[in-house]
Ligand binder design. Sequence first.
Ligand SMILES: [Zn+2]
Ligand SMILES: [Zn+2]
Length: 338
Amino acid sequence: MLFLHKIPLITWTPKGLYCTAGDFYIDPHRAVDLAVVTHAHSDHARRGSKKYICVDSGAELLKTRLGKKIEVETYRYGETFQLGKVKVSLHSAGHILGSAQVRVELDGEVWVASGDYKRDHDPSCDPFESVACDTFITEATFGTPKFVWQKNINHGQMIHDWWINNEKKGINSILFGYSLGKAQRILAELHAYAHKPVLIHSTIHELTECYRRQDRNMAPTEIMSEKNLTGELILAPPSILTDGWTPYLGSYKTAFASGWMQNSNWNRYDRGFVMSDHADWNDLNQTIKESGARRVYVQHRDGALVRHLKKEGLEAYPIADLDIELFMPKSGENLVLI
Ligand SMILES: [Zn+2]
Ligand SMILES: [Zn+2]
């Protein structure tokens, strides 16, 4: 008698999410032969893989981060391609430029791995797309009910008001945010408001140029140089306060732009702009509902969301429950892909 052993379409391995039927990894943690990369942030895009697949608009960011010589194959959002036995397509995640959810289909069974995503308006990238699936692997960086973003905030105007107020007093406004994604979102939000160039740290410049080449409108920028500054808006990593820039900064106020700034969690800075590139609690739940998935695996912060989804009647698990070891056949069984 033949025993059949079922292995999920996507599993969790020491190298990251792996699709056995397509023989590729999604955002692998280590070097692999074929990496489908959801976006260019360093916890998702790592060096050393033989070949990468990503969305066309994100390829230059990936090369800027991983090296110009990497082998990259690109696809448009929604374009279907075959990897091994499975059909794959990439769909906008609304997280940063070129960010994608990965849809994998085999014999009518559909899985989607979300990567990082958000549903809030962001002029620096394409809007989030809901993708129907049977099983959804969702991120949940802000996966507790205490994280709920206020909607329809005009971030550009708010940041510009702060800048103008400080400028009137001869004070520089130093705004911290991640150099990939957040910085460019701020520049795109400021496009309609900036009354003079925003000074950017050199680490932000090259990435911003990738956005401009993808026709994203950005506020005018100038790379910070060693001269005395007054009334400027400066977009930089926090290291500028310790790495020799201070003689040029005069008097200044600081602010941080991040989802972590919610609940006035910004005492180290003069101001916090709650500006997240991840879905909040409500948007995680809405996305899961819209996907129609009956089974959900949760990454990054699983406890509260898994409990909540179970109460809602869904099958919900932490990503560790997709551990490939749990599905390996025992002797006498044949492996079947589901
Ligand atoms: Zn990210
Ligand atoms: Zn991430």
